[in-house]
Design a protein around this ligand. Sequence first.
Ligand code: EPU
Length: 421
Amino acid sequence: MHQIKIIGGVPLKGEIAISGAKNAALPLMTAALLTDEPLILTNMPHLADITSMEALLDQHGVHLSSDLNLKTLTLTARTIHNTTAPYDIVRKMRASILVLGPLVARCGQAQVSLPGGCAIGVRPIDIHLSGLRELGAEIDLLDGYIHAKAPKGLIGATITMPIISVTATENLMMAACLAKGETRLINAAREPEIVDLANCLITMGADIVGAGTDTITIQGKNRLHGGTHRVIPDRIETGTYAMAAAITRGSIHLTNTSLDLIPTASAHLQRAGITLTPTEQGFHVTAPEKDIQGVDVMTEPYPGFATDLQAQMMALMTICRGASLVTETIWENRFMHVPELCRMGANITVHGSSALVRGIDTLRGAPVMATDLRASVCLVLAGLAAEGETLINRVYHLDRGYERVEDKLRGCGARIERIAE
Ligand code: EPU
């Protein structure tokens, strides 16, 4: 087990290149199951979750070949010899559920382990299952597995999703590409990752209109073909490093990204006094000379403030002038970073789904425990700003979603290292 040691107090200065988006890359990889031809993905991030997805697809029979230098992954699902997604892989990564739609659509059956709960919430998958049922699949839950069958193929339908779900929209959009006739997904998620997946599917021959709006219409095809697709930049990594620059009172240039990917987070940062200046390759982030202002934040589906940036924004707000009310509306248990931030001197009180953050002058380094991916990086940000040494335990969470995080931060002057326990 590794720990991350940070000696805080250094303003970040320099340039950070943003990697391809984890949450775009994972569904894109499963889209390879829809065709017997190669799908080539470029700008792929190198992350633990990507390795888990590779292992899952490999055991389904997908041939994978990657070039880490070129950040390219080629996936070829010529034949699928196993339609079961086993518990051992699914329990490590809930995004494994994304094989369900493509497998049923292509093979007429799939057995996927139920993902179970996770640190940030219960996370049901009822919308994935009811949507597939509306497409004609028979679904049973047996021995901890979802057993889905559609021996005669899926049939297009109009599906109104009761709440906005990112991966359910992705699963159903992929399944509908090989269904007979038209499918309409109503109350669909509008995240940039949905648009990226739709663009890739269109390159593969799919007929999809409306991705990025709340209604997506798909005309099913008999088959899809291969293609090449570039993964969009990671908007959560983008927002995270923008907040890292702000919390350390630094100034950094983020490249291979765009301010357009974080419309609401950038507006909040600007209200807090941070200067964001677009450039050809991305944007500059510069912290204010005076105090960072407290701003209220409420997480919402895109284009609202991303839940995956809530913990990082809260770290920034701990040293703001005044107070900030942070409200989490997506996940019921996503304040696990609060007690850890409080160990570093933060003044935060939680009332139900809201946390009142009263700004203090400085955080102080302390040993802390990472509880999930975004909570881990929030502690990294707090450590970068804190006086003295912060030691973060359970950093494996970080490796699921942040590529070379220590290298990227060290390149901007941070005193951060990974040590063996
Ligand atoms: N929900 C249901 N039933 C469902 C599906 C979702 O009740 O069948 C609920 C969830 O419990 C939650 C809400 O709907 O309260 C939204 O969940 P959603 O399904 O949109 O989340 P997800 O698709 O499982 C993706 C990201 C998450 C991100 C959320 C919200 C991927 C692989 N994961 O999860 O990313 O927090 O959307 O934006 O795309 C992360 O990267 O750290 C992460 C957790």
